[in-house]
Design a protein around this ligand. Structure first.
Ligand SMILES: [Zn+2]
Length: 240
């Protein structure tokens, strides 16, 4: 293992300190926590340092050659942590079809961007904002009995069921494993490309309606969402 100069100096100081500490502890009865520290300390003392003087450098750990690329940064943002290997394939590899399908659907770019945020769990739901703003409630704006996650808004919210019913977009309700991407993947498998477009616009219109209800004091109205989706899809189809 090659360690840079500054890191080497720091490690030596730590080793010296730990050695003195460990000497002081010898012969004493240690608590369980103390024994753990002792074991860790011995492991640190056993780390072999490189004899070569290597300067510290910056590396982009997502690429083998350490050089930053926008492509990999986008993939990490879109697919979550690429390094979580499951069954030999990274999460990005296993979910690549979800993202590539998303970009191929004929809807407005703003709908696609919204959907990217939804699939990345990056929408400003109350659950998400509460983790960033101290004192904010993380409970649902409508039922106030559950955390307002994106899955709760787009799957549990009563309005969603009525909107989906009227748009003919009802899927198998048990066909997802718990996360919002699992829910989207289940719909992707069931729906053709056109239905996926309606589904994406449907979610986008629901989010728009949710914001109008919360920030503009509008009434909750599934008919309003259904009309919006139909108008937008008509405009999109008309533009083809
Ligand atoms: Zn709710």
């Amino acid at each position: 293992m090659a360690v840079g100069r500054s890191k080497k100096v720091l490690t030596n100081i730590l080793r010296d300190k730990l050695s003195k500490r460990l000497e002081g502890w010898r012969g004493k009865i240690l608590s369980r926590g103390g024994k753990k520290v002792l074991l860790k300390g011995e492991r640190i003392r056993n780390i072999r340092l490189s004899a070569n003087t290597v300067h510290d450098e910056w590396y982009w750990s997502a690429e083998k050659d350490g050089v930053f690329t926008v492509r990999k940064a986008y993939r990490l943002m879109a697919g979550g942590c690429e390094f979580l290997e499951v069954g030999g394939a990274s999460i990005w590899e296993r979910e690549k079809w979800l993202w590539s399908r998303l970009w191929k659907i004929a809807v407005w770019p703003r709908v696609k961007l919204f959907f990217c945020q939804l699939c990345s769990e990056a929408l400003a739901t109350r659950e998400n904002t509460a983790t960033r703003v101290r004192g904010e409630s993380s409970f649902c704006s409508f039922c106030n009995s559950s955390f307002e996650s994106s899955l709760h808004l787009f799957w549990d919210w009563g309005v969603v069921h009525r909107v989906c019913e009227r748009l003919g977009l009802e899927g198998d309700e048990d066909a997802y494993g718990g996360g919002v991407r699992d829910w989207v993947k289940a719909r992707w498998r069931e729906f053709g490309r056109r239905e996926c477009g309606w589904f994406m616009v449907g979610c986008w219109a629901l989010w728009e309606h949710r914001n109008k209800v919360i920030f503009e004091g509008r009434e909750v109205d599934p008919n309003c969402v259904v009309k919006r989706v139909r108008d937008v899809m008509e405009e999109i189809d008309g533009g083809d």
